[in-house]
Every structure is written in structure tokens, then in C-alpha cells.
Ligand binder design. Sequence first.
Ligand code: HEM
Ligand code: HEM
Length: 467
Amino acid sequence: MSQQEGYADDVVKGFIASSILWGAVAVLVGVLISFQLVFPQLNLPPYLTYGRLRPIHTNAGIFGFGIGSFMAFFFYIVQRLTKTRLWSPGLAKFQLWLFNVVIVLAAVTLAMGFTRSKEYAELEWPVALLVVILWVIFSANVIMTIIKRKEEQMYISLWYIMATLVGVAVLYLVNNAGIPVSLFKSYSAYAGANDANVQWWYGHNAVAMVLTTPPLAIFYYYLPKATGVPIYSHRMGIIAFWSLIFMYLWTGAHHLLWTPVPDWVQTLAMAFSVMLIAPSWGAVFNGYFSMNGQWHQMRENYLVKFLVFGITFYGLQTLQGPSQAVRTFSAFIHYTDWVPGHVHMGTMGWVSLTLFAAIYYTIPRLYGREIYSIGLANLHFWLAVIGQLIFSISMWVAGVQQATMLHATNSDGSLHYSFMETFIELYPYWHIRAVGGVIYLISVLVFVYNIVKTITSGEPAQSAVKA
Ligand code: HEM
Ligand code: HEM
């Protein structure tokens, strides 16, 4: 069934456009803050300082780019997998409008310094309330479409989509519980170690329910579409899904190792984090085995390259993450630049590459045009991978050096290096990271140009690209 036959695709176009816009903003601000770390004079108080721009970067990246694309692709995928028109296109249009209002409000309030000071949950209560409304109407629309579905079988992507909807709702409501004292100030409902525990239960499950389950839903849908062969094992996908969902929710306290949070809670988080390797790699193997006999497509099909590199970064990420969750390793790398290295292999590698592939696949089908330039798509791919690797590797090396210096002691037990001495050694790495960021930014500009040209002047599509 194509757009003409009844799918509500206008709203998909709107969400893709919004997510590209916010993604570009996120990357631009990311580059700016990485330069601010090396050239402090680039901080322009009060609004354009590192402290205010950093949460704008993370919110624009995770919520503007990430959630914006997920809204687009959930609507696109769900309609096709259920062979059912969206339950309420009108509600979806309202959601698109509200989504952009919320992102603008988030950027403005964060720039003005209104924050709850909880990472990834910074937005003050009036904006957070709008987020709740946004999520409720989004979930209602998707779940109602699934309930009314004409296709009985529930493909693996639908499970990941439903988990995202329920998971984010529970996490957001619990962690945002608070007491407002004025229009832009509220206090958390929890205190002390409990507050930290709830916050990182939320924080790590933002990784689970925003940076893992939605891209996996998208990966499972688009890999077979791109290669033209089915996924290797649906059953393996379902088993990996349920184990992933069961295990993730226990792992948040791995952000709080060596803190006043009870020891058993830390041990539990550590154990479940290590166990997470299995379901995570269930998806990675499913992806790799689906490529059996199709590896030549890595040369011939740019979409496959994005997706296979994406799932490979996911695989590396889910080996690195569990090792960081082990107490002894955590004692070494926690509070160092190693962690932003980990984060950006996930965000710039796994999540972004998967979303780029999905956008490249979907835009020509929505607009009935061929992609403007496969050459530019390949250029985008290589610049993105190189930029991301420069970023992550420089941060891992910086993190190891930083950790080694912070832990060095003299024979009498005093610290060998002062904090400033350690800090100064990080400067060269921060320069390198900024260069990696600029390369990645160029890749994003190439991508945006290619997409805009596809929409405005791409060749009319062959019949294979329609539908
Ligand atoms: C050119 C691309 C990017 C650059 C230059 C960049 C730069 C940065 C910098 C400098 C930081 C602060 C690191 C620190 O605390 O020391 C940061 C943090 C962060 N960025 Fe990016 N970023 C980029 C892309 C992205 C994207 C696309 C996303 C999400 C989709 C993202 C998500 C995050 C997150 C979640 C953090 C917080 C990490 C933590 O607390 O450890 N970034 N980024
Ligand atoms: C098996 C899966 C994973 C495990 C067990 C894991 C584990 C960890 C641990 C232990 C930390 C804390 C590091 C520290 O501060 O000492 C961390 C940070 C982080 N991880 Fe992972 N990770 C996993 C997968 C992922 C994936 C797929 C992403 C996707 C982008 C991701 C994104 C992040 C982010 C954004 C942070 C920084 C949080 C912050 O401090 O602001 N992780 N991870």
C-alpha cells in the first residue's frame, strides 16, 4: 500500500525534516562546546557558556534528533508492518507541532539557566509536563494503530517500539516527580542517595529506551529492506528482545559505583550489566548472519554500509559498556574523558549511522524521487566514520592518561600530580576531538545537501523506489 493508497506519510516527512534540523543544531553546538573547552574566550556569558550549551547539545542530540527521527520512523514502520493507516493523522500533526515547540522551549529555558540539574532530565516542570502530553498522544496513536492492525504477525520491530513507548513513560514520570516552588523552579521528590539512584536508573535507561530499543526497531526493519533478504532469525530477535528488556532495568547503579548507594545495589547493577552482553550481541549476530551471502553489498550498497557499521559500533559499545560497569575498571575510567569517548561511539556511530540509513531509504520513497547523489552519500559515510573515530579514540587515550595521572601516588601516599597538571595534559586531545567534530559536521552538511537536493531536484523514481 503506498501513500496514495492511504498511509499517513505527511507527518513522517515533517518529523524527518524536524529531526534533521535539530540533529544539525546538536552537532553544531557539539562542535562549539568542544572548541570552548580549548579556547575559553569562546564562552560568551551568560547565555553562550559551556555550562548552558552542553545540556542544549545533549537535549538537541538525544531528544531533537533522536526522538524526532524515532517519531518519524515509528509512524512509517508501524503503518507498513500492520498494513494499517495511522489511527489519527490529525493527532500526529498536532504532535509534530508540539514536538517542535517543546524543543524550542527546551533550548530557550536551558540557555536562560533554568534546569533541574539532572542529566538528560534537565527540563523544568512546565516543559516536562508538555513532554508528558507529547508522549501520551504519540503512544496512543502508535498503540491504537497496532491494536487495529490488519497483519496478525508482530514483526520484531513492533516489540521494540512498544517497549520504547512504555519504558520512556515509566522512566520519565518516576524520575521527574518533584515539587514545584515557582514557575521555573522545582525540587526532586527524592533526596540524597535515593535521588541519585532514581536519576541513574532513569539515565541509563534513557540509553536503553532511547538510544537502544528505537534504533534496534529501525535497524530490524531497514536491514532487510536495504539488502532485499529477510532477517536471519525472528525467534532469536524475540528472545534477545525479552532478555534485553528484562536486564536493562537493573543496571542504572553502574553509574554510581564507589558511591554511598548500597553495595548490593551496585553489585546487582554490575552483574546485570555484564549479562547484557548476551542480548545485545543477539541483535548484532542477527544482523551479521542476515548478511550471509550478502557481504558483497557492503561494496555496492551504501545503505548496507551505514547499517552494518552502525550495528558494529553497537556491538563494540555493548562490550565496552559492560566492562566499564565492573568496579575495578570503573574506578579507573570514571570521572575521565574515556566516558565521552564511549558515549559518542554510541551516538555518532551506532544511533546516527542507523538513522542516516533510514532517512536515505525513506526520503526517496516518500517523495517518489531517486537519491540525488550516491557519491555524496558515500562521502557522508566516510567523513562521519572518520570524524567519529577521531573523537572516540582521542577521548579513550585522553581518559587513560587522565586516569593514570589522577591515580599516581608518591611513596608517602600523596598524589603525584595536581589536578591542574592532569588537566593541562588533556588539551592536545581536546584539540584533536574538535577536529574530529568538524569532520563530522562537514559530513552532516553533505548529508543535508544531498537530502534537500533529492527532494527538490532528484530524478523521478523508478517504480521500485515507490511504495
Ligand atoms: C560533531 C559531533 C559532536 C561533537 C563535536 C560533540 C561534542 C560533545 C562534547 C564536547 C561533549 C562534552 C563532553 C564532556 O563532558 O567533557 C559532549 C557530550 C555529549 N554529547 Fe556530543 N558531540 C557530538 C555529537 C553528538 C550527538 C549526535 C549526540 C546524540 C545523538 C551527542 C550526545 C552527547 C551526550 C549524551 C553527551 C554527554 C556525555 C557524558 O556526559 O559523558 N553528541 N558532546
Ligand atoms: C550493554 C550495554 C551497555 C552498558 C552495560 C553500558 C555501560 C555504561 C557505563 C558503566 C557507563 C558509565 C561510565 C562512567 O561514568 O563511569 C556508561 C555511560 C554511558 N553510556 Fe553506556 N553502556 C552500554 C551501552 C550503551 C549504548 C548502546 C549507548 C548508546 C549511545 C550508551 C550510551 C551511554 C551514555 C550516553 C553514557 C553517559 C552517561 C553520562 O554519564 O552522562 N551506552 N555506559
